[in-house]
Design a protein around this ligand. Structure first.
Ligand code: IMP
Ligand code: MG
Length: 184
């Protein structure tokens, strides 16, 4: 691991702070229109979705319930371990409720399909998914989320909540991490 400073470790900025804000505002308005009278439970998948989740919820001009779960699928590396572990469950009883799962990024789609099944078993009125980013070439088309911020190429990205080994989450933009940073 060769983490130096963000400026040195990022090869390209994919989305600026301004572009992100505009997209999140549009998504928030779309969700608010859809869920206006449904009092949805907005579920943040910690930690990666945290910035997106807060900004998104702030843009939703309707009644929402906020709750947080924590899962781990990556450990400290840049490749999926193939194992999803639930670290923190919901506090809210979602039976009969409209649930929106808020994810940071879809890569293999493993985390998303696990969470949909896991929370779907609690008999919510509906369950939909939204991801800030989607690596569309990395998973079968049927694993797509219901809503998405941006489609991106198969690159390892950080910032706006997304990390490498828990670093870079606080960058205000989405940037491609130089491969030498995570090379052995
Ligand atoms: P999946 O289960 O393979 O879809 O992986 C989803 C999880 O892997 C996300 O919630 C992220 O935490 C992490 N992840 C996947 N790709 C990236 C990336 O490019 N940057 C940072 N984290 C990523
Ligand atoms: Mg992560």
């Amino acid at each position: 691991m060769r983490i130096t400073t963000p400026e040195n470790d990022i090869s390209q900025i994919l989305f600026t702070e301004k572009q992100i804000a505009a997209r999140v505002e549009a998504l928030g308005m779309e969700l608010a229109a859809e869920y206006k009278d449904k009092k949805p439970v907005m579920v943040c998948v910690l930690k990666g979705a945290s910035f997106f989740y807060i900004d998104l919820c702030r843009q939703m001009q309707c009644n929402i319930d906020m709750d947080f779960i924590s899962v781990s699928s990556y450990g400290a590396g840049s490749k999926s371990s193939g194992v999803v572990k639930l670290i923190k469950d919901l506090d809210t009883d979602i039976t009969g409720r409209h649930v929106v799962l808020v994810e940071d990024i879809i890569d293999s789609g493993l985390t998303l399909s696990y969470l949909k099944d896991f929370f779907g078993a609690r008999k919510p009125a509906s369950i939909r998914t939204i991801s800030f980013l989607d690596k569309v070439d990395r998973h079968p088309a049927d694993l797509k989320t219901d809503y998405c911020g941006f489609d991106i190429p198969d690159e390892f990205v950080v910032g706006y909540g997304l990390d490498y080994a828990n670093y870079y989450r606080n960058l205000p933009y989405i940037g491609i991490l130089k491969p030498e940073v995570y090379a052995d």
